[in-house]
Structure formats: C-alpha cells, structure tokens
Write a protein that binds this ligand. Structure first.
Ligand SMILES: [Zn+2]
Length: 225
C-alpha cells in the first residue's frame, strides 16, 4: 500500500522500457494526482492551489470532473477520520495525511456519484471499501484518464446546429452545478491535432472534413445572436 500511496501522492520513479526492453530506465515523475491536475489546467502555477485553479478555464472537462470527484471522495474520508475541516489545499497532501497509519484492510465508508443515463441525473451511493481498494480505484481512474488518446477542449460560441444555438451546458457534478461552453474540440493528446468538434447539448458533431462548414455556420450563428 505504501508504494501505491507514493505513486499517488509523491514524486516517484517509474521504469520505462527502451529499445525493446534491453535498456530499462528509471524516470522521475510527478504524483499521479498532480499529473491529473496538470491535465486539467496545464502546468501547475507556483501557488496553484485548487481555489486559484478553479477560476481558470479547464483544458480537459473529463479531467476536471475526475479531479473534482477524487477531491470530494478524499475530503469526505479525511473529515470522517479527523473530525475537522481540512486545512490543506492539494488533494495529494490530504490523501497522504489520511492514509498515514491506516491498515490496508480498514474499511472506509464514502459516497460515490454515478451518472444515471436513464434518468439523466447524478445518483449518490454510500459505499464501503477497504483503504487499499479505495486507493487502487483512485489510481485506476487517473491512469485510465491520462492514457486516453484524446482530450476535450471547450470552445466559446453558439452551437450552429439547426435548432440548437446553445452556448453553454450546465451539469450537476457531485451536487454542484457546473456551467461550461457547450462546444468542444476533441484533440489528439499526443499531436494536439483537432479531430472533431461537437456540441454537448444537441450532440451534433463535425469531423475534419466539415470544419469549414462548421466555421461558416458558427460565423452566421454568432451574427444572429
Ligand atoms: Zn448544439
């Protein structure tokens, strides 16, 4: 469990394979939670506390959703253990403090939010899990997201699809209403190339071959606004 906690909360080393595993190198990497934060906002500012970061426009909406969900989960179990309001800003510090001295098999009660497609609402459930499983889930969620080949970038402006014209979309994330631009570019994580643009309100999508059409329609929609 210490290794797992280290990967999540401290700067650590990972092995990378080079030249068909003949050479194995150790590379120093940031805590996974910090990597996730950087996936949302770009490089951490000098005092990149979550409070300050929130006022910036997120680069990746899914990363923001996940970061918020993890922050919520960690704060919740921290408060249960220490019975006071956490005074630390970064989630990795909270998590390290919380897990310190806990046995891997200690049971943790926490709520998880799940999006119910049928009712289109966020449903919260109380869950019991061990400390180890709790940490593993957080790691898995972050790794899955960081390895995603594409990233979403919000675009301001009205959706030019016929009958839509939405500019923002509001969603309930962990009981908090979050408003974002409805239009999003899907970009390849590695190359930064934009592969499509879509609307989260009406689900219209334009691929590369229709970018010109999209730009013209967007121009018309903006003039009509
Ligand atoms: Zn739309």
């Amino acid at each position: 469990m210490q290794e797992l906690l280290k990967r999540l909360t401290t700067t650590h080393y990972i092995k990378i394979e080079r030249d068909s595993a003949v050479l194995q190198n150790r590379v120093k990497v940031d805590p996974l939670i910090k990597q996730l934060r950087e996936a949302i906002f770009g490089e951490d500012g000098r005092n990149g506390g979550s409070g300050e970061s929130r006022s910036r426009l997120p680069l990746s909406a899914p990363a923001l959703d996940l970061y918020n969900a993890i922050e919520e989960r960690v704060s919740e179990v921290w408060v249960q253990r220490f019975q006071r309001v956490p005074g630390i800003e970064h989630v990795e510090e909270l998590l390290a403090e919380w897990a310190e001295g806990l046995e891997p098999i200690t049971f943790v009660m926490h709520t998880v939010a799940r999006y119910d497609r049928a009712t289109k609402t966020v449903v919260s459930e109380l869950t019991s899990t061990t400390v180890l499983a709790f940490l593993m889930q957080i790691e898995q969620d972050i790794v899955n997201l960081l390895e995603r080949p594409t990233t979403q970038v919000p675009v301001t402006g009205p959706c030019p699809a016929v009958g839509c014209f939405a500019t923002t979309i509001t969603r309930d994330i962990d009981g908090e209403l979050v408003t974002r631009p409805t239009l999003e570019f899907t970009r390849e994580q590695r190359s930064g190339r934009t592969i499509s643009v879509s609307c989260r309100t009406c689900e219209a999508e334009w691929d590369e071959s229709r970018f010109r059409e999209f730009a013209e329609a967007l121009g018309r929609a903006e003039r009509l606004r």
